[in-house]
Design a binder for this molecule. Structure first.
Ligand code: PMP
Length: 296
């Protein structure tokens, strides 16, 4: 990130030094808030309305009133890109419950803290896409919807961070997470797909996953190409025996998986279906989204 980066914070653009939040902010004290990771491709914010919609749905689930409407939120995202001259990059949009007073009960409701950062992105290395990534299964289970619904992209990401650390400690890049019944849910920061006998399978949202925007895009693109996609429950047995496996996420895009728990998936490299979906996604992302410089 450049030194002269301008960060949107509560209605104004401030320099890096002034981009600070209070130690009494509920987001810091309790992870009480929601966030989005968004991409800009080719001077457009990819699926901006969908990200903003997910942010609002998550906030609603937390009884957190975002102090603006969705159109204004989209404006904040595009303006942050514009002000920073970002045409291709990664955007972090965050809403916390705001400044509280150390107690758990957020009443009377404080004024939420809103900030947005547009930066360049550190992707997985190119090798990951050429050879496929190594994934392990985390011992830690995914939060259940009954505790903290993974559909809420909340600032409380410890479940995911601890799983990601398990992967790192095992020399892997991502961690597959199971629910309480041992069914595959998603990875620490990505959704998961497997391919068996020409059919693309991915866990349904009700198992306890983030309804990923890349996931939804990939499902639609695959169906548009005439491929069969089914949202269904499966176990690690099905992952190990799959012909192909790939992960999806805003940062990862479509990332092939080579190894899961030291089992080689299919032929070990990115398979034909994964390649086809990966290139369809990259092509689609280049030409769809909210323009950052609408006058161009
Ligand atoms: N699952 C989790 C837990 C995530 O944090 C993310 C986003 N990094 C995803 C899936 C992928 O979602 P999206 O495609 O919307 O980025």
């Amino acid at each position: 990130m450049t030194e002269d980066v301008k960060i949107y914070l509560n209605g104004e653009f401030v320099g890096r030094d002034k981009a600070r939040v209070s130690v009494f902010d509920q987001g810091i004290l309790f992870g009480d808030g929601v966030f989005e990771g968004i991409r800009a491709y080719n001077s457009r914010v990819f699926k901006c309305a969908e990200h903003v919609d997910r942010l609002f749905q998550g906030a609603k689930a937390l009884c957190l009133d975002i102090p603006m409407d969705k159109a204004q939120t989209i404006q904040i995202v595009t303006e942050t890109c514009r002000v920073n001259g970002v045409r291709d990059g990664y955007i972090r949009l965050v809403v916390t419950r705001g400044i509280g007073d150390l107690g758990l009960l957020p009443l009377p409701a404080p004024a939420p803290t809103v900030f947005c950062i547009a930066a360049s992105l550190t992707l997985y290395p190119m090798e990951t896409y050429e050879k496929g990534m190594q994934v392990i299964t985390a011992a830690r289970r995914r939060n259940t919807a009954g505790c903290l619904d993974p559909q809420v992209k909340s600032l409380n990401y410890l479940n995911n961070i601890l799983a990601k650390l398990e992967a790192h400690h095992a020399g892997a890049q991502e961690a597959l997470m199971l629910n309480g019944e041992g069914l595959v849910t998603e990875c620490a920061g990505d959704n998961v797909f497997i391919i068996k006998d020409g059919e693309i399978l991915t866990p349904p949202v009700h198992l306890g996953i983030l309804n990923g925007i890349t996931r939804r895009t990939v499902i639609r693109l695959a169906r548009d190409m005439g491929m069969s996609v089914r949202e269904t429950e499966f176990t690690l047995f099905n992952v190990y025996g799959a012909d192909e496996c790939f992960l999806t996420g805003t940062a990862a895009e479509v990332a092939p998986v080579r190894l899961v728990d030291h089992r080689i998936i299919g032929n070990g490299g990115p398979g034909p279906v994964t390649r086809k979906i990966g290139s369809a996604f990259r092509e689609y992302a280049q030409s769809h989204g909210t323009p950052i410089f609408p006058e161009e």
